[in-house]
Design a protein around this ligand. Structure first.
Ligand SMILES: [Zn+2]
Length: 395
């Protein structure tokens, strides 16, 4: 991995895009703030970082700044430290626009091929829940004992009456991607290798996280695993099913062209491979049935089966990778129409009908029937039976 200067495609040319990172598929904003010296009072004041601005040539060029520092630990950081934090946040905005636009344009092309409607625009917030500044004893961040910590990682949010991390600002009913500035200082992964030293766990600098979170946007507006379309727009549910998480890991892997979706932040070598790598050998025997099970860990079984299918189909046909992505997307669209014919069409019943890997596999087989007259049935069944996932008897 290396840093390069790239064109930002599909940016709005009429007004907005010339002064900020707004485009056809993605709108990026900076949710960050820093404390600066207040000369009038001799103390500090909170200053929003504001959205990335182009330079005189109209380009968005910023320093990665090794992901930025920890602003939550000090009342007032040094000038150089603040500069690096701000640069890292703007670099993150540009990186976020680039990768989200890239996957959005690809999926839009696939949807067009399938004759399906386009996805709504997504809003992405960089330096979300940063915990860097305080007002009346409150910070936008993670409460840990009597401390506030910055959010690490990304999450896809819909307006709800319940959040695992409090949302201080209204959220778009179409969905938002929030990217935390992070806490941990990473010692491994391709960002560390490219920078030649330790790197902050800044979600907006990690393409794997960006593609995964956009995956939730795809899934919300296709399979709609939680039947959110049937709920009032401001009372949707943010909890994710295992198939949702696993499919997002697949989207990340297919965009990165590697099963090692955590390669930007974690080591992947002969000694250690991240448990969410799609090379995982997990099967349904490893599925955690507990109600508090980690949906990401269970999702790896689904994601790894999809990756196996992509590998088989990719080897068998020249456009096998694109064909696999089309099958996955078509299956998600079919799941989004699935209801249980034996039950009343309530939110709970629809959610249950779309939840199991069996339902997902049936949707993939059905997608193959519709798109390829069932030509890839054997490959699909082989990839999933290896993981202990079987179709429903009726199929
Ligand atoms: Zn959030």
């Amino acid at each position: 991995m290396t840093a390069t200067v790239e064109p930002l495609l599909r940016i709005d040319t009429n007004g907005a895009g010339t002064v900020r990172l707004w485009g056809r598929f993605v709108r990026v904003r900076n949710g960050g703030a820093v404390s600066e010296p207040d000369l009038a009072t001799g103390s500090v004041r909170t200053v929003p970082i504001g959205d990335a601005q182009p330079n005189a040539e109209g380009d968005y060029v910023f320093e990665p700044g090794r992901g930025g520092g920890r602003m939550d630990k000090v009342v007032l950081a040094d000038r150089d430290f603040r500069w690096r934090y701000i640069q890292a946040s703007h670099f993150g905005e540009v990186n976020t626009y680039f990768h989200l636009d890239r996957i959005a344009a690809y999926v839009d092309d696939l949807l067009h091929q399938l004759g399906a409607p386009p996805l709504p625009l997504v809003t992405a917030v960089v330096n979300a829940h940063h915990a860097a500044t305080e007002e009346d004893g409150i910070r936008d961040g993670l409460r840990s004992g009597n401390r506030w910590l910055p959010f690490q990682g990304g999450h896809y949010r819909l307006p709800s009456h319940f959040y695992s991390l409090w949302e201080h600002k209204p959220i778009s009913p179409d969905g938002e991607i929030h990217l935390g500035p992070g806490r941990q200082l990473l010692k491994h992964g391709v960002l560390v290798e490219a920078a030649g030293g330790s790197y902050r766990h800044n979600a907006s600098h990690n393409a794997g996280i960006l593609y995964h979170e956009y995956g939730h946007h795809i899934n919300r507006h296709t399979a709609d695993f939680r039947a959110n379309a049937l709920r009032p727009p401001h009372r949707q549910v943010n909890l994710k099913t295992a198939m949702d998480e696993g499919t997002c890991d697949y989207w990340a892997a297919t965009m990165l062209g590697t099963p090692h979706i955590w390669a930007w932040h974690r080591r992947h070598d002969h000694q250690e491979v991240h448990p969410r790598s799609l090379t995982s050998s997990k099967t349904m025997a490893d599925y955690d049935q507990s109600p508090v099970a980690d949906a990401h860990a269970n999702g790896t079984i689904w994601a790894a089966a999809l990756w196996d299918l992509r590998t088989l189909l990719g080897a068998a046909e020249p456009d096998g990778v694109r064909q696999t992505d089309l099958l996955v997307l078509k299956a998600l669209l079919l799941l989004g129409k699935l209801v249980d014919p034996t039950r009343e069409s309530t939110v709970a019943n629809i959610r249950r009908a779309r939840e199991s890997y069996t339902a997902g596999l049936n949707a993939l087989l059905q997608a193959d029937e519709r798109l390829n007259a069932g030509r890839h049935q054997k490959m699909i069944l082989a990839s999933f039976s290896k993981r202990g996932i079987q179709p429903a008897p009726s199929v």
